[in-house]
Design a protein. Structure first.
Length: 308
């Protein structure tokens, strides 16, 4: 893998995301920064809520939803960088998300208290709540072109002597309805998950017997399609991403990025990087945004031609 052009330094960046049309790159670090991808110039920089930790573009790319480590959410206009709505929901506590509904009217997010919520993105009204007692919701992602919601459930520690239930992933169709989430996969030690671009496969990082594994399962029935042992990762646990064509998986390793071919899961490339923590790929382009606790990069990464 080689860098074809001089990388653009993004600074401290623990979350990176391209807009749906690929023209903008949102970088979340000490501030939220929007970049013009082609011009490689900043469009705006802002600090809208304290301790912002995650974000998501709306399906049309016109808005950015952001969430803080306290659970507070807000919506920012992408074109102007103006704050459109502050949900003032600091008491919800830390969790995962946000994730947009396919119509762009609603926002879903999960809490470490096990609550899955859906709010109106214009009025902040809570439209739906599903409780999951004894669980932590550690990931909420729009998948299958935004038509479905994937939720990663982590089971909290149980009392001594009790059997620890496995972690699991659930899939929800919009609009979300009580009890309608389908368990797609159940595994002990689930660390992170990523659905393939076509919504057919679910890649997961998980632990078993003190070893970390990368596995791919059929999203329809949880059937395991491939699994390989991998070295322990670094950075954030959710930094597992499919390439846009579905031909490989990228993940964060210790001081490097690792790429696994699909099918087969053999390592096809590794790329040294300082303190990597996030990945995003631009469809139809070799451009990749790499988040780092030190300094992220927008760069061209070229996988070997034999990668499917």
């Amino acid at each position: 893998m080689t860098a074809a052009t001089k990388p653009l330094k993004l600074g401290c960046s623990y979350s990176v995301q391209f807009s749906p049309d690929g023209t903008r790159l949102a970088v979340l670090g000490r501030d939220l920064v929007l970049w013009d991808v082609a011009a490689r110039q900043k469009v705006w920089r802002g600090k809208f809520i304290a301790h912002c930790s995650s974000m998501a573009f709306s399906p049309d790319g016109a808005r950015l939803a952001i969430k803080s480590t306290t659970g507070q959410m807000a919506v920012v206009e992408a074109a102007s960088g103006q704050l459109l709505l502050n949900f003032q929901n600091r008491k919800d506590g830390e969790g995962c998300g946000p994730a947009w509904s396919p119509c762009g009217q609603y926002l879903a997010d999960g809490g470490w208290d096990g609550r899955l919520r859906v709010r109106d993105a214009q009025t902040e009204q809570v439209m739906f709540t599903q409780e999951h007692p004894g669980e932590m919701l550690r990931g909420a992602y729009a998948i299958d072109g935004g038509r479905r919601l994937l939720v990663l459930h982590g089971v909290k520690s149980v009392a001594q002597g009790q059997l620890q239930p496995p972690d699991y992933c659930s899939v929800w169709d919009w609009p979300l309805q009580a009890g309608a989430g389908r368990v797609a996969l159940s595994l002990p030690g689930l660390k992170s998950c990523a659905a393939s671009p076509d919504g057919a496969h679910l890649a997961v990082l998980h632990y078993a017997g003190g070893q970390e594994y990368l596995s791919v399962h059929a999203l329809a029935d949880g059937r395991q399609l491939a699994s390989v042992p991998v070295e322990a990762g670094g950075g954030t646990g959710d930094a597992l991403r499919w390439l846009p064509d579905g031909g490989a998986l990228g993940r964060i390793g210790k001081g490097k990025l690792l790429f696994y071919a699909w099918p087969g899961l053999e390592v096809v490339a590794d790329h040294p990087f300082t303190y990597p923590c996030a990945l995003a790929f631009l469809p139809g382009s070799p451009l990749a945004a790499i988040g780092s606790w030190e300094t992220g990069m927008l760069t061209e990464l070229n996988l070997p031609e034999e990668t499917p």
